[in-house]
Design a protein around this ligand. Structure first.
Ligand SMILES: Nc1nc2c(ncn2[C@@H]2O[C@H](COP(=O)(O)OP(=O)(O)OP(=O)(O)O)[C@@H](O)[C@H]2O)c(=O)[nH]1
Ligand SMILES: [K+]
Ligand SMILES: [Mg+2]
Length: 399
């Protein structure tokens, strides 16, 4: 029996089993069995270089966004509108057969947008080009789930299920469960609060399913069995997802209003060019990029050419900023001066561990510079307002 058949069989058994206190342990075990099989399914088949075969596109820019959706929801039309790169669009399904990259220039940053073939129910099990599409979406920073506003609301759930089945977790944070495998000592199970979904016995049973007999488990929140399995599997990817409802030109205003009110959602029309600017703003915000401007001593920063950092990609500390400029820089840095929202006063002396925020201005003070004479340059505390960019041209930053 193949892996997919095994999964189907267990799913059928779960559907037959009534949910109650007595069956809770058995159901938990079945969930763990399915999770293990799904992980097996993700392992690339022998002889291939990976699940993304034929879809590899070189990463470019400061972030990557994937367009995921059913066929003919308007993914290619949207790519063409947002990036100017032409991607064939037509009224028949599966017009797009590979991965097509385009570039969005926004807020002095470059975002790589990827158009992909439509996916369908069963994609996670390899239907259509599902596995390649999913591999590409895992390599991106956020997902835009494109939906046809005139089609069934169920599409969003089906797609979410397909992405969950391959270990993607949309708009969720990792469960607050500490888990560490040990060599000896048995299983220690603890929690910092009363648990309503998982008890010691259920936890043992799940670990047993994974043949784990020595481990430390600490629940820091009232997590579920699924959360516990996610933590044990350890290969989940937590990503932001924006639900993009396209084609609102063909539905009524009441329906548009209802869709627009859902969390993490935006309604657009490619045909009427409606709301595309708001989509870009929402996308950029979700990416959490941090632009930092470098200020040479005695000069104004170049406000068109930021160093772009991200908490998810490499971090946002002063050290990350230095490494971004040059690998060898960090050993020469004595401290930095920071203006912007991360600074308590202007300029603030900060060490390598200081976490920078979007639109901060940084001046690096190197170790040997002090011997050349400090010239009391730190006395000139300027009184810059919270956001540097608002005043950038009006009042020069001192120091
Ligand atoms: N009414 C309406 N039609 C649209 C809109 N955007 C795209 N379409 C149409 O929807 C059809 C499908 O568009 P595509 O861009 O090819 O869709 P896709 O999601 O890339 O499709 P596949 O590549 O086949 O998965 C085309 O006929 C488009 O003209 C819109 O905002 N409103
Ligand atoms: K199409
Ligand atoms: Mg397409």
């Amino acid at each position: 029996m193949g892996i997919i058949e095994k999964i189907k069989e267990i799913e059928a058994e779960m559907a037959r089993t009534q949910k109650n206190k007595a069956t809770e342990y058995h159901l938990g075990q079945l969930k763990a069995k399915i999770a293990k099989l799904r992980t097996q399914l993700l392992e690339p088949p022998k002889g291939s270089s990976g699940a993304g075969d034929g879809f590899e596109v070189t990463k470019y820019g400061h972030g990557r966004v994937a367009l995921i959706g059913f066929p003919s929801v308007g993914k290619s039309t949207l790519l063409t509108m947002l990036t100017g790169t032409h991607s064939e669009a037509a009224s028949y399904e599966f017009t797009t057969l590979t991965c097509i990259p385009g570039i969005i220039h926004y807020n002095d940053t470059k975002i790589q947008l990827l158009d992909l073939p439509g996916i369908i129910e069963g994609a996670s099990e390899g239907k259509g080009r599902g596995r390649q599409v999913i591999a590409v979406s895992k390599s991106s920073d956020i997902v835009l789930m494109v939906l046809d506003a005139s089609k069934s609301e169920g599409h969003r759930q089906i797609l979410t299920r397909e992405l969950e089945a391959v270990g993607l977790r949309l708009n969720k944070r990792p469960p607050q469960i500490y888990f560490k495998k040990k060599k000896t000592g048995g299983i220690s199970f603890n929690s910092t609060l009363p648990l309503t979904h998982v008890d010691e016995k259920l936890c043992y049973q799940i670990l047993h399913e994974y043949k784990i007999h020595n481990a430390e488990v600490l629940f820091r929140e009232d997590a579920t069995v699924d959360d516990l399995i996610d933590v044990i599997e350890g290969n989940r990817k937590y990503m932001k997802c924006i639900y993009v409802y396209n084609k609102i030109d063909v539905i009524g205003i009441d329906d548009v209003d209802k869709l627009a009110r859902q969390p993490n959602s935006i309604v657009i029309s490619c045909n009427l060019k409606l709301n595309l600017d708001r989509l870009l703003a929402k996308m950029w915000e979700a990416m959490g990029l941090v632009r930092v401007y470098t200020k040479p001593q005695g000069q104004q920063p170049d406000f068109t050419d930021p160093v772009v950092l991200s908490a998810d990609r490499g971090g946002c500390t002063v050290e990350d900023f230095c490494n971004n400029i040059h690998r060898s820089l960090v050993k020469d840095v004595k401290y930095v001066l920071v203006w912007g929202t991360s600074a308590r006063h202007y300029p603030q002396h900060c060490g390598l561990g200081h976490v920078l925020q979007d639109e901060d201005v940084v001046q690096i003070v190197k170790k040997k510079e002090k011997e050349d004479g400090g010239r009391g340059r730190f006395k000139s505390h300027s009184t810059a307002p919270a956001r540097i960019s608002d005043r950038e041209k009006k009042a020069p930053l001192k120091t």
